[in-house]
Write a protein that binds this ligand. Structure first.
Ligand code: ADP
Ligand code: ADP
Length: 230
């Protein structure tokens, strides 16, 4: 079954002067791993922001995990229950501990503090960081912080993980490890995984690579993937 259905999606900025998305059609199946590549400014982040209901489109239709995202209704609930976000710069809150960072997304879900702590520690254990639970994020290495971000993205058992350049700030060895971890979670939990990346070695891990240029998805003939132009 399709977990994502997008038809003719348009999103512009600056009163229509910048067409970030210029008629996107896309369907993604439940449990699929899709990577989105394309040059800087092509619309990748905008597309990901639409999928996570971080922004609203101008026109077209977008349906994700049963939610109509063109309607500005229940979007907090949608984000909280369905989506796990992983960003390039992890976005951890510096002045609270690692375990408290993982609890943040759970606040909206009505769990007791005891339940939240238990779940957060389980997630930290999963990314092998239970021993650093009480440290502040700035005591951790870049790779460790990104593992915390992965754990946090799973706090509410999302159906979909949206990752924007998740390894963009890491060295290649750490980045491989982080990707393996994300990939494993996607497999084990059947989470639909969508990764935006500039990096072809990352993109190739996916079941399907989507190439975006000038706010559009390129079709097979237009694609530059076969001759590795990107
Ligand atoms: P990518 O992620 O592929 O680098 P983006 O989706 O960030 O591309 O951007 C697509 C286009 O939309 C670019 O021209 C960018 O400058 C523009 N854009 C993105 N977000 C905004 C914004 N909040 N305000 C104005 N222009 C934006
Ligand atoms: P990426 O590293 O994925 O290419 P960008 O650097 O293009 O991402 O964008 C980072 C953030 O800045 C995004 O949230 C995007 O919406 C915003 N942004 C991008 N271009 C502009 C712009 N011209 N004006 C305002 N915000 C922008």
């Amino acid at each position: 079954a399709n977990i994502i259905e997008i038809k003719n999606l348009v999103k512009s900025y600056e009163n229509g002067n910048i067409k970030a998305l210029n008629g996107i059609d896309l369907t993604i199946e439940e449990g699929e791993f899709v990577s989105i590549i394309g040059p800087s400014g092509s619309g990748k982040s905008t597309l990901l922001n639409m999928l996570g209901a971080l922004d609203i489109a101008d026109s077209g239709s977008i349906n994700v995990a049963g939610y109509d995202l063109t309607v500005n209704k229940n979007l907090n609930k949608f984000r909280g229950e369905k989506i796990g976000f992983i960003f390039q710069l992890h976005n951890l809150i510096p002045n609270i501990s690692v375990v408290e960072n993982i609890e943040i997304p759970m606040y909206s879900q009505g769990k007791s503090s005891k339940e939240m702590r238990k779940k957060a520690l389980e997630l930290l254990d999963m990314v092998d960081l239970k021993d650093k639970a009480n440290m502040k994020p700035n005591k951790l290495s870049g790779g460790e912080r990104q593992r915390v971000a992965i754990a946090r993205s799973l706090a509410n058992d999302p159906s979909i993980i949206l990752a924007d350049e998740p390894t963009g700030s890491l060295d290649s060895k750490t980045s491989t490890k982080i990707l393996e971890q994300i990939h494993k979670l996607h497999k084990e939990k059947n989470i639909t995984l969508i990764i935006v990346t500039h990096d072809m070695t990352v993109a190739k891990l996916a079941d399907r690579v989507i190439e975006v240029l000038d706010g559009k998805i390129l079709n097979a003939e237009e694609s530059t993937l076969l001759d590795n132009k990107i």
